[in-house]
Design a binder for this molecule. Structure first.
Ligand SMILES: Nc1ncnc2c1ncn2[C@@H]1O[C@H](COP(=O)(O)OP(=O)(O)OP(=O)(O)O)[C@@H](O)[C@H]1O
Length: 237
């Protein structure tokens, strides 16, 4: 496949004090692909995800999204990019506890100016797609961990972002539940054409991706192309 990469990291380095979390990492994320970042604890996976999503600024190197340099953007432009083009799923869903699950999922559309009725209709359809329509009227605290994580996935998908960043999204679930959540995330993202960057240390979860990049000590250790989806390049030193 010859599509252009959507997100590009070029020679990205990041340190926290004397700890070198990333050491000259380069990689591409292609439109619609599911990329897993794996590796042992402390190898730099989350730091890279935060740099790719514009949450953290690298000390050296460059991140571009759709040809635009994240480092050259002002805070407002970067926040708008995160809101309009990216979706996020974290280890603990981080849903708004006072809102129902349906309202949580509808929130990104409401913030983008959609009317309540159409936003909640779309949210209801997505909850159904993620097999949790029965918790629509409940608050997150009344849902199980697995249900709440599916609600968080629905919220990340609803505005059809170009990229979904998922940082250990199944870390708080048992392996069966975790794998089901990832399979639903991957299937729903593919239907909508959203790329997924998935941080996980679990092999079974990484195996759901099109491509796997394993990190060690802040650098790319090895990369595997599992499907013919994208012609990505990786490098590290
Ligand atoms: N905010 C921070 N302040 C200080 N050190 C940090 C910070 N964030 C990360 N680090 C350090 O940077 C290195 C890489 O951390 P990172 O969280 O990216 O690894 P990881 O592979 O995601 O690990 P885990 O799987 O345990 O989440 C580690 O040594 C970590 O202790």
């Amino acid at each position: 496949m010859s599509s252009q990469p959507l997100l590009v990291a070029g020679e990205v380095s990041k340190s926290f004090g004397t700890t070198r979390a990333l050491d000259g990492v380069s990689l591409d994320v292609f439109p619609g692909e599911v990329l897993a970042l794996t590796g042992p604890s402390g190898s730099g996976k989350s730091t890279l995800l935060h740099c790719l999503s514009g949450i953290l600024a690298p000390d050296a190197g460059r991140i571009t999204f759709d040809g635009r340099d994240l480092g050259a953007m002002g805070d407002r432009e970067r926040s708008a990019l995160r809101r309009d083009s990216f979706g996020f799923v974290f280890q603990f869903g981080q849903l708004v506890p006072e809102l129902t699950c349906l309202e949580n999922v509808a929130l990104p559309l409401r913030l983008a100016g959609a009317r309540r009725r159409s936003a909640e209709q779309a949210a209801g359809e997505l909850l159904d797609r993620l097999q949790v329509a029965d918790v629509a009227g409940k608050r997150p605290g009344q849902a199980s961990g697995g249900q709440a994580q599916r609600v968080a996935v629905a919220r990340a998908l609803i505005a059809t972002p170009r990229v979904i960043f998922a940082d250990e999204p199944t870390g708080a679930l048992d392996s069966h539940n975790g794998e089901q959540v990832i399979r639903l995330l991957v299937a729903a993202a593919k239907e909508r054409g959203s790329a997924v960057v998935l941080v996980t240390h679990e092999e079974r979860i990484a195996a759901c991706a099109d491509r796997i990049i394993a990190f060690h000590d802040g650098a790319v250790a090895v990369a595997f192309q599992r499907t013919a989806h994208a012609g990505g390049t990786v490098a590290g030193r």
